[in-house]
Design a binder for this molecule. Sequence first.
Ligand SMILES: Nc1nc2c(ncn2[C@@H]2O[C@H](COP(=O)(O)OP(=O)(O)OP(=O)(O)O)[C@@H](O)[C@H]2O)c(=O)[nH]1
Ligand SMILES: [Mg+2]
Length: 261
Amino acid sequence: MSKKEKLIRICVLGASFSGKSTLCNRFINNNFEWIYEPTIEVGIFRKLINITEDEEHKQYCMMQIEDLFPINHPYLQMPKGTNSDVDNMMSYYDLVLGNKRSGEKKKSNEKVLFKETFIHGYMYIYDMNSLASLEELEKVIEYVHIREEKEAGKKKSGLAAKILVGTKKDICPQQSPIPANKIEQLKKKYNLLSRKVSALTNSEVKEVFLDLARNAMDRSSGADGGQDSESEEESSGFFSFLGCGKREKEGEKEKSGCLIS
Ligand SMILES: Nc1nc2c(ncn2[C@@H]2O[C@H](COP(=O)(O)OP(=O)(O)OP(=O)(O)O)[C@@H](O)[C@H]2O)c(=O)[nH]1
Ligand SMILES: [Mg+2]
């Protein structure tokens, strides 16, 4: 990667079976798998893309796409301390949702890069055929929103770009189980881009990633840097937000194990 190409870190979040990995697979490998293989940890992909699509004035960025385990993974419901896998998963998840900029000055190796680099874009995935998948997603969208509102008051930094993505358009009936006004409300409330895609027919897949990359590039120009210190309230994490499994504060930073080795 040349110095000119910016790394854009994108996290793909959504309920199990909503189509996250399949969407990534279509974008990265132009491939589609019918067989469902649950994502247990995190799939990391990188792809160099020209975000202008203009052959004369190319502007490349390196997209780092992180396909996460589902937001309703059973491990995320377990009490902290159950086992190291549970703790690692919760810590990684909180890091992703907390989206701190503070690690940016410490890019000494890949592990730190994956764990702590600011996330420039969130891809919020729901299955157009499942209202439950959207309801699960809403909790995470709300959490990220609250975190960002708090952060915005303290430092001058760009917020992450966000796109709401409805998947499996090819099998969605005319009468979708998800009311159209619900999507409109979410978009408005949280300032989300949106698209409906099909990984099967390869409809709007590339566009989803391009929209997010472009928006992230716009937001991040001039917004990088900015250190901050973590207050007690901020470090409480997603699980306290949901009112479950209160996290121990002591030594939590040291235990923020990364799932990528
Ligand atoms: N018809 C159709 N099926 C799809 C599409 N996208 C995904 N699927 C199917 O939906 C199932 C789940 O897809 P995954 O991409 O594995 O779902 P996931 O969100 O990664 O699931 P977790 O890893 O458990 O979080 C698979 O059987 C896919 O073949 C699509 O666009 N159309
Ligand atoms: Mg998956």
